[in-house]
Design a protein around this ligand. Sequence first.
Ligand SMILES: [Fe+2]
Length: 331
Amino acid sequence: MTKQVITACKVSELERHCSEIIRNGFTVVKKINSEEIDDIYRYLGKKEEIADKRAFEDTLASGNINFVGWREVKTKYFSTADQRNPDIIIPPHCESNPRGGSFQVAFFYCQKSAETGGESILIPSENIDEKVSFKRSIFIPVPGRLKEWPSFVEIIHHTFPFLKKMPQLFKPLLLILFLLLFANNIIPSILRLLGIPFVIGSLTENGIPIIRFSKFAKQLDLEKALNGQNYRTLGFSEGFYDFSIREKFSEFILKNNLYFKKVKDANLFITKSEEFRYKPLYHSQNDFCKLFNNSVIVKLDTDELLIIDNRRFMHSSTQYQGERHMYASFL
Ligand SMILES: [Fe+2]
């Protein structure tokens, strides 16, 4: 039987947090423990004004997925957020949904706060608008591998939970279809012949290719945030891998006297897995001068849960010292 941890008085507190997310774009729930976060996640997921009902049901059905060396499952719905060397910064980005578009809400639970640094910087998506001139960029592949990528079938089941019910017989067919489309390079070769860049990035331990980049960097499409307004955001491709955004982020960190440690790239990515996930790849030379305007610096204490309207604010993280454990989940 599931332990009931949301009491009547917690419900009224959560209602206050819900209105705060809609009004301000984020909220911090204080003094909670890791047993309560799944219940809060479910509570918010059931609220029509917070989450799309169908998307929430899909998320509940698919549960959580373990990526060794990257995201380790901690509760039913939360995994560790980006396991990384503390010297690595996480540049601004909006959390994209593998099923398409971006998630509506992002949850970050601080199980242990860092001694120094580890702030989350929330960047208003309204700073991304037509006035910012985005140059389209071609990605460069980084050969690398995650320690252990879930099997192809696990990824497919996680992304399309309804396929779990598929008869066993069809699974090899699905794998063949996947190999035909991606692994044998046919589609990428055709696209390259047509002058469209398409890159297969990496091989996993068991040899299954993972497509790392397949698109141009660009602003994402307009999406409706919880306050009813439409915003453009930066995805992983536009935020994580662009030197230009990292330079501006470093300037912001220094200007605000946040923890900053200069480390050469060669010493930064200790594991292949880190290199695969975080290595910057190109200089977009986009104008990010106004990107950090009205940004909010949040330093979470142990046992605090930050809930963000993922479309209204992008998130990022500074470097840190000491142990730091963050769990993340999305709706
Ligand atoms: Fe993120």
